[in-house]
Design a protein around this ligand. Structure first.
Ligand code: SER
Length: 464
């Protein structure tokens, strides 16, 4: 140690004697630009993962349906979509350059198989894969995933009944038999019970009325507010045991999950590729070659439900998963990208990108679905209004017919058949008749009845 120090001191003195350690003022130093390894003149932000000559090849799914997530623009073969935008933002936060080239994966006719995309990364065909790639047990054995950028889970989607739009919703609380006996409930009891037994019967009857009326109100409220299922399927368990066809997204891991983990026979699984196919399969139903329900990840389902009101999610997600970017095993990029994803999440930028793609016309809750206004509109009551209108019109016409008949009878009693035909014009006669008729129907029914009760006056007497 001491010898080393002495040696260094001697060297220093020797160099000083040769004038080599003369220090210049900073301004006098003429330093040229630094050329970094690889010929770069710009200061590197870290180590080089790839070079411009040999960029990273990043595969992305060339989606056909749900192309908002990731696909390529056919005319210039560039990648676009929610996951692509996200990747662009994430790589800006990595402290070094990542020269890369996007490579689409898929034939452009159907959605690509995501398991194959991940396998291509593991096999070295792609250096990484960017897209809506679910982190599953099988895939994580092959590649390294970044931290998740989107939480997902499998859910069941099935047709539901939108009660508020049905005009006949008010008849639903009671069965047909109840409606037949319902008229007795409106029977007014004007007579006061005299005996104690009568009063007891009356109290029980009023109590019955009270219970039935409140039950009707409660049942109607629940029909209007709680989502009503239109099939026997209430969740994944009833779907499995139903034996009915189940839809899944083409290319998704959902197929192998339903087949291998939930033991649903492959013949029951129907592949669906787009929002339109989802809608048509659910509308047709199992009887017409459609499906009873669809099992898919929440982001796709939320996108689908943002335009549909006749379908809904049954229960909660029955698996928990997430999406991440896939890198080759032990790639240093996966860790740096994960840090960048976390930074992006914390800054709120991740949410902004999501909104840009999925809330174009506004979405106010986390599910991307506009909250359904639980308001009752005119269509909820059209049947009631129509019933009221029909009964009112029928009553009016019956009254009119009865009044005209009574008026004719009244006039025929008053008229003297021997009197000469009046020379007054027919229009005046008609308006007089209308006037008299209206006056006639103004009279109390009792008075009319009384008048008919009197014997008819012979026309000769009437003249006298
Ligand atoms: N997210 C799905 C998957 O990773 C594709 O739809 O398999």
């Amino acid at each position: 140690m001491l010898i080393e120090t002495v040696e260094a001191l001697i060297m220093r003195l020797l160099m000083l004697s040769k004038g080599q350690l003369i220090s210049y003022p900073r301004e006098a130093q003429k330093l040229s630009n630094i050329t970094w390894p690889g010929g770069e003149v710009e200061k590197p932000r870290g180590w080089v993962i790839a070079t411009t000559e040999k960029p990273l090849i990043i595969g992305f799914p060339k989606r056909v349906g749900f192309s908002e997530f990731a696909t390529d623009l056919n005319y210039n073969h560039s990648a676009q979509g929610y996951c692509i935008d996200l990747f662009d933002e994430v790589r800006k936060l990595v402290p070094y350059e990542i020269p890369f080239r996007f490579e689409p994966f898929g034939d452009g006719l159907k959605n690509p198989n995501y398991d194959e995309l991940v396998r291509l990364v593991a096999d070295g065909v792609f250096d990484a894969a960017v897209g809506d790639i679910a982190i599953t047990t099988n895939r994580i054995k092959l590649v390294d995933f970044t931290q998740p950028f989107c939480a997902t889970g499998l859910v069941v989607v099935a047709p539901i009944v939108n009660s508020t739009s049905s005009g006949w919703v008010f008849v639903k609380p009671f069965t047909l038999e109840m409606w037949f006996s319902f008229s007795t409930l409106f029977k007014a009891n004007y007579e006061n019970p005299i005996s104690t037994l009568g009063r007891i019967v009356m109290v029980v009857w009023l109590f019955l009325l009270l219970v039935i009326t409140s039950s009707y109100t409660a049942s109607l409220s629940s029909i209007l507010t709680v989502q009503q299922l239109s099939t026997c399927i209430t969740g994944i368990d009833s779907l499995i045991s139903s034996g009915l066809p189940v839809g899944y997204q083409e290319g998704s891991f959902a197929y192998s999950y339903l087949k291998n983990n939930l033991n649903i026979h492959a013949s029951r699984l129907i592949s669906l590729g787009s929002l339109e196919e989802y809608e048509s399969a659910l509308r047709r139903g199992p009887k017409n070659g459609g499906v009873a329900a669809i099992v898919d990840e929440t982001p796709y389902v939320e996108l689908f439900l943002s335009t549909q009101t006749d379908f809904g999610i049954l229960g909660l997600p029955f698996t928990r998963s997430a999406w991440g970017f896939a890198f080759r095993k032990d790639s240093p990029l996966a860790g740096d990208m994960s840090t960048a994803i976390l930074k992006l999440t914390e800054s709120g930028q991740l949410q902004k990108i999501k909104k840009k793609w999925f809330c174009k016309s506004g979405c106010s809750d986390e599910r991307g679905r506009k909250p359904e206004p639980k308001q009752l509109n005119l269509s909820s009551f059209w049947a009631l209004y129509s019933l009221c209108g029909t009964f009112a019109l029928m009553a009016f016409f019956l009254f009119l017919i009865r009044a005209i008949r009574q008026y004719i009878r009244y006039k025929s009693r008053q008229m003297d058949p021997s009197s000469p035909t009046s020379s007054i014009s027919s229009s005046i006669l008609f308006s007089q008749a209308i006037h008299n008729f209206l006056k006639f129907i103004d009279e109390k029914e009792e008075a009319i009845k009384k008048m008919f009760a009197q014997p008819a006056i012979p026309p000769t007497q009437a003249r006298a």
